[in-house]
Design a protein around this ligand. Structure first.
Ligand code: KG4
Ligand code: ZN
Length: 375
């Protein structure tokens, strides 16, 4: 089956064409992403009204481009999937209404996709062999708005093991970058600054780090996260400096922040691996998803944690970690394969936690049934 996917929930306008074969193998035919970064840069963050208008200006053209790259027309499609939440509601409405209009005009099924489910199922699209990412698996979802550990037991079946009590980790990266004046978007800026710090310190033969920061939540026996204290600690270190911070100090602080954010994530995830192994199943994969999964230091920590827990580690290619429409098309394909479609009266939702998807799972089919059905 061939699905058109549309993503407009934040500051990326995206359209993709994805195929799913009878064995559950995915193939990306086209994946077009237009970032609005430059339109929001001056404000240091995403402005919802600007985002919605920009989606409206560009989406039709991007859909045409995706179809052309895939060598298809609307007639070759089996369904239209769009992010229907959670996200900035103006943008979500632009994407969902466009998808509904195409579905109605062409008589095709419409699939309302939860953006987080898109991230959660990406590893099944990118796995070399679908069996590698069969259900169940442990998912760490780390993005600008979300930070949670979930047991993924099937399409629509997500159980939260732990979440953040304050900021999402991507948000903490973004705020820290702002504090340190490193530029926007914050995550990649912090990562680059930390790399410059490591290079300079190695050349100077400095071994002990200049700044000491806390490792949030380390050793707690739940799977919760917290990042606002770490961000505040960065601010306090800045305030303690006698002179205005130079480039080297700002980069060293970025490095200290990233190291401890990564250690905290590793500690929390190790806890979740133990719980997942005991409560769900041993030897299943650890999957990471969301924009922060693009961070190389965090990926390396997670690979180590998975290895220690006897789990394989699956991380989508960097390009499919951040927001894109291929993941939305794929989630649509997974749903359509199970006969799960939505009415054109489906209302876009600004808030829509993954744990609320139980009413959108196939009836009676648990992980085992979905695995057997080749889902
Ligand atoms: O999944 P995503 O593209 O959008 C949301 O749904 O939130 O994630 C964006 C978040 C931003 O907070 C961004 O700073 C962060 O992911 N991010 C990173 C990196 N690349 C993106 N954080 C740390 N290191 C990176 N390399
Ligand atoms: Zn996202």
């Amino acid at each position: 089956m061939r699905i058109l996917g549309i993503e407009t929930s934040c500051d990326e306008t995206a359209a993709a064409i994805v195929e799913r074969d009878a064995n559950g193998r995915g193939l990306i035919r086209a994946n077009v992403v237009l970032s609005q970064l430059d339109e929001h840069r001056a404000y240091g963050g995403v402005v919802p009204e600007i985002a919605a208008r920009s989606h409206l200006d560009h989406l039709d053209r991007l859909i045409a481009q995706a179809l052309e790259e895939a060598g298809s027309g609307f007639d070759d499609l089996d369904g239209i999937a769009a992010t229907a939440g959670p996200g900035l509601i103006g943008g979500v409405m632009v994407g969902a209404l466009t998808a509904k209009a195409i579905a109605w005009a062409r008589g095709l099924p419409f699939i309302a996709v939860n953006h987080l489910e898109g991230h959660a199922l990406t590893a099944r699209l990118t796995a070399d062999d679908p069996a590698e990412a069969a259900f169940p698996y442990l998912l760490l979802l780390v993005s600008g708005g979300h930070c949670q550990l979930l047991a993924v037991e099937g399409v629509g079946r997500y159980r939260v093991l732990g979440t953040t009590v304050d900021d999402a980790v991507g948000e903490a990266f973004d705020k820290t970058a702002k504090l340190l004046d490193l530029g926007y978007p914050g995550g990649p800026a912090v990562e680059r600054a930390a790399e410059r710090s490591a290079r300079r310190r190695a050349e100077a033969g400095e071994e002990t780090p200049r700044f000491r920061l806390p490792i949030p939540m380390r050793g707690r026996d739940d799977c919760a996260f917290s990042f606002s204290g770490l961000k505040t600690a960065v601010r306090q270190q800045l305030e303690r400096l006698d002179t205005p911070p130079g480039e080297a100090e700002r980069e060293d602080l970025a490095a200290a922040f990233q190291t401890n954010a990564a250690r905290s994530i590793a500690d929390r995830t190790a806890r979740a691996c133990a719980r997942f192994t005991a409560e769900v199943a041993p030897g299943r994969p650890l999957v990471v998803a969301g924009g922060v999964a693009a961070n190389k230091v965090i990926r390396a920590e997670l690979a180590r944690v998975a290895d220690a827990a006897g789990m394989t580690f699956l991380a989508p290619p960097l390009k499919l970690c951040t927001d894109n429409a291929a993941m939305i098309a794929w989630a649509g394909a997974e749903r359509l394969a199970l006969g799960l479609t939505d009415g054109l009266d489906f209302r876009p939702r600004p808030r829509w936690p993954l744990a609320d998807l139980a009413d959108r799972a196939p009836p009676g089919a648990g992980a085992a049934a979905q695995a057997e059905a080749g889902a």
